[in-house]
Design a protein around this ligand. Structure first.
Ligand code: COA
Ligand code: AMP
Length: 644
């Protein structure tokens, strides 16, 4: 019989090493680890030290060797192009091996970094696995980021090769990725040796052969013709599998480093115990491979556990309608679906009575998991009522790579408390501390922290920035990892995650740094100073709003300046920033020491109760901000300019 949540959590508490050593048995090791956890190395210790393994082997070859090669591994479904395709484990092995050969022919070997800048197509997944196969470290960049962000990642990772596609597809438009890649490479200080470019039918990009561009499809074809077999390269358990850049508190993104062994052990464990799926079943994370959810649950988790995974190139609404998700569930017999609450808010907005759901056979769907932002109880209850299956909120971060708190379907569901992602998963001992680091009573809001060491699968450091990792995550609360989320733990041990404690906002399930946007706004020559805050939005959860103070000698039309600033953010960060709202103000509210009171501004903007900060320099400025926001509410007036 399956152990209950409490038994499982207690077993982990009693002997964490034995617990994870047990989970590691399900992974194939070329050399088994000598030590389950070694606390003496790394920022907080390292998992499965002495072990040698390979993630691609565990995702693909292992299942082929076990005789499951003919079973489906990858399902591609693109309402953008009308295409669907299925790849067996055998077929994935052929594709990945050929792509690994192409990488090797272009000088990539163990430890080298490879940037992947591709839309939601099977080749993106093959590219990730091909890197893993030869021990190269991939770094996937989300397609909604613009050239400058891409250049930052190329430079920081020191990528030897970029694997890109000619274009992505957004509703109603083709997004040419290759020109953005060209710009990024022109901007980058460290130029990659090659760009392997997949030409899509929708847009053939001019290739710059003199700069090392290679037609990827041709190179793969050539490799298949020669039939060279590329074996999986054994790597240390502690070697990096990937770097995933995520927003930090400044414009400089931080490269979360994921190791090899711990990552596999943790993700494999979650598939059965948290998501409750069995090998062979179809698991669909409707996210993007550019985000951590895509890494963990489009690619690695399902393939490690021998599931079929869905690569969906579309949106929850508008491709062509709010029934797309249900069509995919129906067509591919999806057993468990995972997406962001914002996708459900979009579906609910377009199909409030859930009529589309009645047009498809959803009887195979067992559970819906939500993450990426707070699941507001209204959306959650609507999904429960319409789908009549468990709708499970779970909380995690790019840094952790898997759920910190969840309601584990595989261990037997706990009673649901709406608004809470339920209880900590094994590996996570959570506390809530006040700003001075003292535990607060149950039910009191504070900083949610996880006792060190972090479990397998969590970040081991930031790429080339161990000091930054220590100072931003480990130092403020000694002995703990700071999640930078504020929340409460109630008397039953349920966690409620309420807000970030830093400048990160969550817009349409995408993590964005308002500090990064401020840096871009400040680049505009007419801007004297600025503040960007996240304000509540019915669909996207939060959207960024920029408050600009213009230089005294600027007499240009405010609407024109606002448009320029919006465009600047789009060009520098990318459309994903969803930065469309700009308000002109005379002054920004500050403390006497000069700190901008962003938190108070946000409360005012969201219509929440707020207190006059004791340290405020000039209280009248908050009235000015309120007036500008009020004017923005309905009718445009002189104080504000909204663009979009
Ligand atoms: N490549 C290029 N551009 C992209 C892109 C990509 N991969 N993804 C998004 N963009 C663009 C969009 O086209 C949009 O451009 P626009 O300003 O010209 O309209 C902009 O970035 C903002 O995108 P988004 O915030 O996603 O808004 P949207 O209106 O296009 O879609 C939702 C809204 C809610 C339907 C959509 O955000 C969604 O499906 N969210 C789910 C989020 C998710 O999966 N998160 C991952 C964590 S689980
Ligand atoms: P990302 O790193 O992009 O996955 O974003 C992580 C952040 O998203 C977390 O730190 C939270 O602020 C927020 N988040 C993710 N899942 C949840 C959830 N289930 N409930 C509340 N906030 C969440």
């Amino acid at each position: 019989m399956q152990d209950s949540y409490q038994d499982t959590y207690s077993a982990w508490e009693a002997d964490p090493d034995a617990f994870w050593a047990g989970a590691a048995q399900d992974i194939h090791w070329f050399t088994p680890p000598t030590t389950t956890f070694d606390g003496s190395i790394g920022a907080y210790g390292r998992w499965f030290v002495g072990g040698e393994t390979n993630t691609c082997y565990n995702c693909i070859d292992r299942h082929v060797v076990a005789g499951r090669g003919a079973e489906t591994a990858v399902i591609y479904d693109s309402p953008m192009t009308g295409q669907t395709a299925r790849y067996s484990y055998d077929a994935v092995l052929t594709e990945v091996s050929a792509l690994a050969g192409v990488l090797r022919n272009h000088g990539v070997s163990k430890g080298d970094r490879v940037i992947i800048y591709m839309p939601m197509i099977p080749e993106a997944v093959f590219a990730m696995l091909a890197c893993a196969r030869i021990g190269a470290v991939h770094s996937v960049v989300f397609g909604g980021f613009a050239a400058h962000e891409l250049a930052t990642r190329i430079d920081d990772s020191g990528a030897k090769v970029v694997i890109g596609a000619s274009c992505g597809l957004e509703p109603g438009r083709i997004v040419p990725y290759k020109p953005l890649l060209d710009q990024a490479i022109d901007m980058a200080k460290a130029k990659p040796d090659y760009c392997l470019v997949l030409q899509r039918d929708q847009y053939h990009a001019p290739l710059r052969y003199e700069h090392g561009d290679v037609d990827l499809a041709q190179a793969i074809e050539q490799e298949k013709l020669t039939g060279t077999k590329v074996d999986c390269v054994p790597v240390a358990s502690t070697d990096p599998l990937y770097i995933l850049y995520t927003s930090g508190t400044t414009g400089q993104p931080k490269g979360v480093v994921r190791d090899t062994g711990g990552h596999m052990v943790a993700l494999n464990w979650t598939m059965r115990n948290i998501y409750g799926v069995k090998p062979g079943e179809v698991f669909w994370a409707a996210s993007d491979i550019g985000w951590v959810v895509g890494h963990s649950y489009i690619v690695y988790g399902p393939l490690l556990a021998g599931n079929a995974t869905v690569i969906f190139e579309g949106k929850p609404v508008g491709t062509p309608d709010a029934g797309t998700f249900w069509r995919v569930v129906n067509d591919h017999d999806v057993k468990v679906l995972f997406t962001a609450p914002t996708a459900f808010r979009a579906i609910r907005r377009d199909d409030p009575d859930g009529e589309h759901m009645t047009r498809y056979d959803l009887s195979g769907l067992r559970a819906l998991f939500l993450a990426g932002e707070r699941a507001d109880p209204e959306t959650l209850k609507w999904a429960e009522a319409k789908l009549k299956i468990p709708v499970i909120d779970h909380w995690w971060q790019t840094e952790t790579g898997w759920a910190i708190a969840a309601n584990p379907a595989g261990l037997g569901l706990l009673p649901v408390k709406h608004g809470s992602p339920a209880k900590p998963m094994p590996g996570y001992a959570l506390d809530v501390l006040d700003d001075a680091g003292h535990p607060v009573p149950h039910g009191t809001l504070g900083n949610i922290v996880a006792k060190l060491p972090l479990p397998p699968g969590c970040l081991v450091s930031f790429w080339n920035a161990e000091d930054r990792f220590r100072s931003s995550c480990l130092e403020e609360f000694p002995g703990y990892y700071k999640t930078a989320d504020a929340g409460i733990i109630d008397e039953d041990g349920y966690v409620f995650v309420m807000a970030r404690t830093d400048d990160i906002i969550n817009c349409a399930g995408h993590r964005l740094s308002t500090g990064g946007m401020e840096e871009v706004c400040a680049m505009h020559p007419d801007v004297a100073e600025c503040a960007v805050i996240g304000i509540a939005d019915e669909l996207k959860g939060q959207i960024p709003c920029g408050f600009l103070v213009l230089k005294k000698n600027v007499h240009r039309d405010h609407a024109v300046i606002a448009k320029e600033v919006v465009q600047l953010v789009r060009d520098e960060i990318g459309p994903v920033a969803a930065f469309k709202m700009v308000l002109m103000v005379d002054r920004l509210p500050k403390t006497r020491s000069g700190k901008i009171l962003r938190g108070t501004m946000q409360k005012i903007a969201d219509g929440l109760p707020w207190k006059m900060p004791a340290t405020i320099d000039d209280p009248a400025i908050l009235d000015e901000i309120t007036a500008v926001l009020q004017a923005h509410g309905q009718v445009p007036s002189a104080g504000k300019v909204a663009v979009g």
